[in-house]
Design a binder for this molecule. Structure first.
Ligand code: HEM
Length: 506
């Protein structure tokens, strides 16, 4: 996924691309100075590079604890180390929180980052998005997904583009998507079961989601074409947060080339539809039907093409990772798995053999929805949501300065024992109760709330239904290690499973 989340995430891509070189440079120029000047547990309060340990913050606010280290370098080295480990990059945050408390500041690649983990801070930032906070502009991101992407456009265009894109992602519009996804999934699971082979849930989900999205957006169904597109979309996604240097062999170069190929394909597709050579009942057609509307009520071609790409990239990795984690968590809580299976089998029993799931069926999956929510709470597909601070402000009582980066730390909130009892337990029934506002934010909130939220929830429900009402599974590799250098937490193994058909399922 892109997710399109600049700031700290871009560093992850940078280091994925240039890890060795950066490590060397950082080691040579800074390690000695950094470690001489500071120790991990010493709290040095530096603002804009100057020590201000004694300086009180404005408006009764406090200076935020944390270590900035020497200018530019800061704690980049530690961040790289955490990211390159199988514990995942969040370990960097976890460790600092144990030293400094819930809110802390750090400096990575020259930028000051503050981690804020409270529902109050989340509310303040989300409700003032575009006013006091904004996503940082990342050149490589705009070059890769396009300047007209929802992720890159300024406020006014964002409002219009989002409004025009939103309808196909509303619940009623997703009914056809659900049926198609269900049909393909059912066939694929059957085949995998019959073959008896072990398969990676992650790889399986990545392919399923990609194919289903391309079908919904552009009615593309031909497998070899889909694989070509997927390869190019992955290259674009990898380039989004890389160094923007057009040198052959680099991720950026490969991504830009892949983008050019994708744009040529989209362009031809649009032309074929306009001249009547092809017509389909899909997202692209619904957008082209607005051709005669005033400009405020339609997307121009570059907006359309950039956002087709954005939707695919934003939807695939996120949803696939959540699917993988749901299998893992349900495997660990057999009671929750049994309760889910019971609900899903009772829904299957009321349907005719082979009939696809409808939105009505999905609405009946009350326990299923709790499993989806609990999976999203624990998996934290997007660990934190970064914003650049546009005006000096106070968050959670701490003075925050213009130009700093604040990261809404969803992961910390989702594991906060004050908000979730026994937070490390996978317990779907905790969602029987209403949660405190802004304490459950897997899809963000405010004007940038995930556009594909409904689609992701429905996809997960269909997946859980087919899996639990039709099969039991055995995980073949229980290694808890995470993928290295990844910005979305995913098991390194991809969660390989084998399937066994249930006699009492349909
Ligand atoms: C489990 C799956 C998913 C998760 C956890 C997720 C999470 C998120 C989050 C947290 C944001 C907001 C980030 C921020 O505020 O900085 C976001 C934005 C976005 N998501 Fe998702 N997402 C998922 C699936 C999808 C899908 C399936 C699609 C598209 C089909 C999608 C499209 C988008 C888009 C376009 C945005 C940008 C919205 C904007 O800036 O206005 N996402 N997602």
């Amino acid at each position: 996924m892109i997710h399109m989340y600049p700031s700290v995430e871009d560093l992850l891509f940078h280091l994925r691309n240039n890890y060795d070189v950066m490590l060397l440079v950082i080691a040579v120029f800074s390690i000695t100075i950094t470690y001489l000047l500071s120790t991990p547990r010493r709290r040095i309060h530096i603002r804009n590079g100057e020590s201000d340990a004694a300086a009180p913050g404005g408006s009764g606010s406090r200076d935020i604890p944390g270590r900035l280290g020497v200018p530019f370098i800061g704690e980049t080295f530690s961040f790289l180390k955490a990211t390159n480990s199988t514990k995942g990059c969040y370990d960097f945050v976890r460790l600092r929180r144990s030293w400094y408390g819930k809110c802390f500041k750090t400096r990575i690649f020259g930028k000051i980052h503050v981690f804020v983990p409270s529902p109050e801070a989340a509310k303040q930032i989300f409700t003032n998005d575009f006013v006091d906070f904004n996503k940082g502009y990342v050149k490589s991101m705009a070059d890769a997904v396009g300047e007209k992407s929802l992720l890159c456009v300024p406020h006014d265009s964002h409002k219009r583009i989002r409004r025009l894109l939103a309808d196909p992602f509303s619940m009623p519009s997703l009914s056809k998507f659900v049926q198609k996804f269900d049909q393909i999934l059912t066939q694929k699971l059957k085949k995998l079961h019959e073959s008896g082979e072990t398969f990676s849930v992650l790889q399986f989900s990545m392919k399923m989601i990609f194919d289903a999205m391309c079908n919904m957006l552009m009615s593309i169904t031909e497998d070899s074409f889909l694989r070509t597109l997927e390869k190019d979309c992955t290259a674009v996604s990898d380039a989004m947060l890389s160094f923007p240097l057009m040198i052959p062999g680099t991720r950026y170069y490969k991504g830009i080339k892949a983008r050019q190929r994708l744009m040529a394909i989209f362009k031809k597709m649009i032309a074929d539809r306009r001249c009547g050579k092809e017509t389909h009942d899909d997202f692209l057609q619904s957008m082209l039907q607005r051709d005669s509307y005033p400009s405020s009520e339609k997307l121009d071609d570059s907006e359309l093409m950039d956002n087709l790409l954005t939707l695919i990239i934003a939807g695939q990795t996120t949803t696939a990772a959540a699917m993988m984690w749901s299998v893992k968590y349900l495997d660990e809580n057999t009671q929750a798995q049994a309760t889910l299976r019971e609900e899903q089998i009772s829904i299957a029993k009321h349907k005719q053999d082979g009939a696809p799931l409808t939105l009505e069926d999905l609405n009946k999956m009350s326990y299923g929805l709790k499993v989806v929510k609990e999976t999203l709470r624990m998996s934290n597909v997007l660990l934190w949501f970064p914003r650049v601070v546009l005006n000096d402000c106070v968050i959670d009582g701490f003075q925050i300065h213009k130009g700093w980066h604040v990261n809404i730390d969803a992961t910390c909130m989702h594991f906060d024992p004050a908000l979730y009892k026994d937070p490390m337990q996978f317990e779907p029934s905790r969602f029987d109760e209403m949660r405190k506002p802004y304490s459950f934010i897997p899809f963000g909130s405010g004007p940038r709330t995930c556009l594909g939220m409904n689609m992701a929830k429905l996809t997960l429900l269909v997946f859980l239904h087919r899996l639990t009402s039709g099969y039991r599974w055995t995980i073949q590799d229980h290694d808890p290690s995470l993928e290295k250098k990844a910005h979305i937490p995913r098991l390194r193994s991809g969660c390989p499973i084998t399937l066994e058909a249930l006699n009492d399922g349909k």
